[in-house]
Design a binder for this molecule. Structure first.
Ligand SMILES: C[S@@+](CC[C@H](N)C(=O)[O-])C[C@H]1O[C@@H](n2cnc3c(N)ncnc32)[C@H](O)[C@@H]1O
Length: 283
């Protein structure tokens, strides 16, 4: 499975759903509780896991614009809700080039999942400034934060994790990636722009029964670690062989650190905007 393949996104979706930080999610839901409708733009939507996670908790009338540069993933993006007052529009855009175009729409809430760790500091700054000038709240979930723990532990774990975290900072199409620093950087940038940020961990907690996702993660990590050139082939092969054996024997647990955040504008523009959209539908 490749990094953004539909199969990988389908495999991780239930674990992402379970991992989402409930306090952060509650803050998002509370911000729109009085609104009759909400217009949401989801950046780098993949097959639409954010709309499936969030739509059941937002006001019944919702208009989602799902943005991604992979038209194969966009074509699979859907949500099934009853009553069906959720509209979904697929928008193919390269967000590194056309971020501003993605935001030029009616928008009460910006969402993203598993995106911020892919982007550069410059791109994040662009996002923060563009959302701040529009006084738009931002819910960014599931940013990898560099914390990994294995059970049983292995002598090569620390070297592997160091290599993964080095690989995480490589260019993923947006310039040198923030990787594990994404959530702390985003929190600092939004706060500097006058936002109030609610954040909390959203770790994948994978037990012995979660064999397929653990095997997929470990295989992907071994490949990423190899690309860094930081470990010898024999260390990598030995590590992956022992990990796979533990997974197959139902002896393996794995915790992968993520952070969710909800950044809310605090200025008078947001108060005006919020009051007017709680009176009249914006979409
Ligand atoms: C890790 S996946 C997350 C997908 C989805 N948000 C989720 O949580 O399942 C990252 C997504 O970013 C998209 N992506 C990567 N680079 C992009 C770019 N330059 N413009 C738009 N989307 C991009 C990929 O196609 C993929 O859908």
């Amino acid at each position: 499975m490749s990094g953004f393949s539909a199969d990988w996104l389908a495999l991780r979706e239930p674990y992402d759903l379970r991992a989402r930080n409930l306090a952060v999610l509650d803050a998002v839901v509370a911000a729109f509780a009085e609104h009759p409708s909400v217009a949401v733009v989801d950046l780098a939507c993949g097959t639409g896991s954010t709309v499936r996670a969030l739509a059941p908790r937002l006001p019944a009338r919702q208009a989602w614009r799902l943005v991604d540069n992979d038209i194969g993933l966009l074509a699979r993006a859907s949500v099934t809700l009853a009553p069906t007052r959720v509209t979904v529009t697929a928008v193919p855009l390269d967000l590194n080039v056309d971020l501003e175009a993605a935001l030029n729409a009616p928008i009460d809430l910006l969402t993203a999942s598993a995106l911020l760790d892919l982007v550069s500091g410059d791109w994040l700054e662009r996002l923060a400034v563009e959302t701040a000038v529009r006084a738009v709240p931002v819910y960014a979930a599931l940013s990898y934060d560099g914390r990994v723990s294995f059970d049983p532990s292995d002598a090569a774990d620390a070297e592997i994790v160091a290599a993964i975290n080095t690989h995480q900072r490589r260019d993923k199409g947006f310039g040198p990636a923030l990787g594990p620093a994404a959530a702390t950087t985003a929190t600092a940038r939004f706060e500097a722009l006058g936002y109030r940020v609610t954040h909390g961990t959203s770790d994948w907690v994978l037990g012995p029964g979660d064999r397929d996702i653990q095997a997929e993660i470990c295989t992907g990590w071994a490949g990423a670690a190899r690309e860094t050139g930081m470990l010898s082939r024999s260390v990598l092969t030995g590590w992956l062989t022992r990990r796979r054996a533990a997974i197959t024997a139902d002896r393996s647990s794995l915790q992968v650190g993520h952070v969710d955040l909800f950044a809310q504008p605090t200025g008078t523009r947001w108060a005006d905007r919020s009051q007017s959209s709680s009176r009249s539908p914006s979409s």
